[in-house]
Design a binder for this molecule. Structure first.
Ligand SMILES: [Zn+2]
Length: 499
C-alpha cells in the first residue's frame, strides 16, 4: 500500500467524521454530559487511545520519566477542582510542542514540549491547563458536540492501516503516519470559552500547588515569539490548538495579579528544577533517532555551561554515550556526577547499565541488588533489577525477578513494561502458564485486545493451569467481555457509517 493511499485513509478516518459532525445537526439526546458518555466509557476511550499509541511506539516507556511526570501531574490534580478524578499521565515520543487530554483523564505530554520548557513550572502550567480541560468536563462536551462514534471510527481505521502495513511489509512509514494521525486526532477543537476556562482554572491550580503562576503567560508568550521569529512559519501544535493572543497573555497576567493580591495557602515551594532538567535531557536523548550526534552537542554545550546547567548537560551526555554504545565513557561521566550526588538513583541506574554494557553483567546485578534493598518501593529500581536478573538468566534469578516485580504489578498491573519483564521472569522460573498470562496482558495494553482474549482462552485449555490461576483467568475474561463487546459494537457502527 502506498504512502499516499495510507495518508488518504488516515485523512478520511480523522477528518471526515469531524466535518460531518460540524455540518449535520444532531438530535438533542440528553441534557447532562454524563448521559452521553458514562465514566467507564470515558475511561475505555482514553485507555484505548493510549494502547493504540503504544502499538505504534509513540509512548516513551521509561520508568524514571514516567514516574516523574506522574508525580508532577498528581501534585496538580490533588489541588484541582476534582481531586478524586483518576488521571493517567504519559510521555509521547514526538518533537511537536504539544500536550493533550483525552476522555477518562488521560493526559499526554510530548517530549518536544518538555524539551522547549525552561522550567518545571512551565511544564506544570501546560499540565494544569490540560487537567482543567478534564475537571471542567470540556472533553465530554466536545465529544457530545461531535459525534460519539468519531473516536472509535478513527481508531478502527487506524487498526485497518496497521493491518495493511503488516501484510505489505512497508512498516515504518505506515507506523509513522498512523502515529501522526493519532496525534492530530487529539486536536479536539475546544471552544474559545473552554480555553479561557482551562487557563483560568489551570493557573489557579498552578499557584495553589506552589508553582510560579507567571509560568503560564511566560511559556505561551515565549512560544508565540518563537513562532513569529521562525522563518519556516511552522506553528507548534500546541499553538495551533491554543492560539496565543495578546488578550490571552494579558488575562493570564491579570490573574497572576489577582492571585498575588489574595495568595492561596501554599504548602511548600513545589518546583524541583534540578530534577526537571535531568528528566528533560533524559527524555530528549532517549527519543533521539541519532543519539551519537548528541554526544558532540552536549560536549560543546558543557564547555560554555553555567554551573547550574552543567549536571543536566553532563547527564544528557552520559545517556547519549550509553545509547551510542560507548559504555566506558558513559560510566566515567556518571562517576563524575555521582561524586557530588552519590545517592541519586537517576545516576545509579544508568551507571549499572554502563557496567552491564561493558560486559560485567554480574557486577551490574550486584550493584542493583544493593540499591533495591535501599529502595524497595522505587519502581524504576525494581524494574532495573528485574531486567538485570532476566539478562543474567537462570531459574533462581527468574524467581528473584518475579519477586521484585510482584509488588509493582499489585500497584499497577496496566503497565506493559512490567508485564513483559514479569513474563520473561516466569519463563526463566519455569512457570510457563503464568508467563502466558502476562503475555496476554502485554497484548491488551499495547493495542492488541483480540490477541489478548485469544491467549487467555487458550490458556484455559492447558493442563498445567492450577485452580487459582484458572479462577483468575476466567475472571479476567469476564472482566474484558464488555470491553470486547464495545469494540464489536463500534465496528458495526463503522460499517454503517461507510455505507
Ligand atoms: Zn486547551
Amino acid at each position: 500500500m502506498s504512502t499516499r493511499i495510507l495518508t488518504a485513509i488516515i485523512a478520511f478516518a480523522l477528518h471526515a467524521p469531524f466535518a460531518l459532525a460540524q455540518n449535520v445537526p444532531l438530535p438533542d439526546i440528553g441534557s447532562s454530559a454524563g448521559e452521553i458518555l458514562s465514566p467507564e466509557q470515558e475511561h475505555q476511550y482514553g485507555a484505548r487511545m493510549l494502547y493504540e499509541m503504544r502499538r505504534v511506539d509513540l509512548v516513551l516507556e521509561d520508568a524514571l520519566i514516567a514516574d516523574y511526570v506522574h508525580a508532577l501531574g498528581y501534585r496538580l490534580v490533588a489541588l484541582s477542582e476534582r481531586p478524586e478524578q483518576q488521571f493517567t499521565f504519559f510521555v509521547v515520543r514526538s518533537d511537536d510542542i504539544n500536550a493533550f487530554a483525552a476522555p477518562g483523564g488521560f493526559v499526554g505530554l510530548n517530549v518536544g514540549l518538555m524539551h522547549t520548557a525552561e522550567s518545571e513550572a512551565e511544564v506544570a502550567a501546560v499540565l494544569a491547563h490540560e487537567v482543567a480541560h478534564v475537571t471542567q468536563r470540556h472533553l465530554v462536551r466536545a465529544y457530545e458536540s461531535m459525534q460519539k462514534a468519531t473516536l472509535p471510527i478513527a481508531l478502527a481505521m487506524l487498526g485497518a492501516v496497521l493491518a495493511a502495513r503488516n501484510s505489505s511489509g512497508d512498516g515504518t512509514e505506515a507506523a509513522l503516519i498512523g502515529g501522526m494521525g493519532l496525534l492530530q486526532q487529539q486536536a479536539i477543537n475546544f471552544t474559545r470559552h473552554n480555553e479561557y476556562e482551562a487557563d483560568r482554572v489551570g493557573i489557579f491550580t498552578l499557584a495553589k500547588a506552589g508553582f510560579d503562576p507567571e509560568a503560564m503567560a511566560g511559556f505561551f508568550g515565549r512560544m508565540g515569539r518563537a513562532t513569529r521569529a521562525n522563518s519556516t512559519g511552522e506553528v507548534p501544535e500546541f499553538l495551533r490548538t491554543h492560539p496565543v493572543t495578546a488578550a490571552r497573555i494579558t488575562e493570564a497576567k491579570n490573574r497572576v495579579e489577582a492571585i498575588r493580591r489574595d495568595p492561596p495557602a501554599v504548602p511548600e515551594p513545589a518546583a524541583n528544577e534540578a530534577r526537571f532538567r535531568l528528566m528533560r535531557e533524559r527524555a530528549h536523548v532517549l527519543t533521539a533517532s541519532e543519539p551519537a550526534k548528541l554526544v558532540g552537542v552536549y560536549r560543546n554545550q558543557l564547555r560554555h555551561a553555567e554551573a547550574a546547567q552543567a549536571p543536566a548537560l553532563r547527564y544528557g551526555l552520559a545517556i547519549a554515550l550509553l545509547r551510542s554504545g560507548q559504555a566506558k565513557a558513559a560510566g566515567n561521566e556518571l562517576d563524575t556526577l555521582l561524586a557530588s550526588a552519590p545517592t541519586e538513583i537517576a545516576f545509579l541506574l544508568p551507571r549499572a547499565q554502563a557496567r552491564r554494557d561493558a560486559g560485567d553483567a554480574e557486577g551490574a546485578l550486584k550493584t542493583l541488588q544493593a540499591l533495591a534493598e535501599l529502595a524497595p518501593d522505587h519502581r524504576a529500581v525494581q524494574l532495573a533489577l528485574a531486567d538485570a536478573l532476566n539478562a543474567v538468566g537462570g531459574k533462581a534469578n527468574g524467581e528473584q525477578a518475579m519477586a521484585a516485580l510482584r509488588p509493582l504489578l499489585a500497584r499497577n498491573a496496566a503497565d506493559p513494561s512490567t508485564q513483559a519483564a514479569f513474563a520473561r521472569a516466569c519463563e526463566l522460573a519455569g512457570e510457563e502458564a503464568r508467563a502466558l498470562e502476562a503475555h496476554a496482558e502485554v497484548a491488551l495494553y499495547t493495542g492488541r485486545p483480540y490477541d489478548a482474549m485469544e491467549q487467555l482462552k487458550r490458556l484455559l485449555e492447558r493442563p498445567d493451569v492450577d485452580y487459582y490461576q484458572r479462577a483468575r483467568v476466567e475472571a479476567r475474561i469476564e472482566e474484558l467481555k464488555p470491553y470486547m463487546a464495545e469494540l464489536e459494537r463500534q465496528r458495526i457502527r463503522r460499517e454503517d457509517q461507510d455505507r
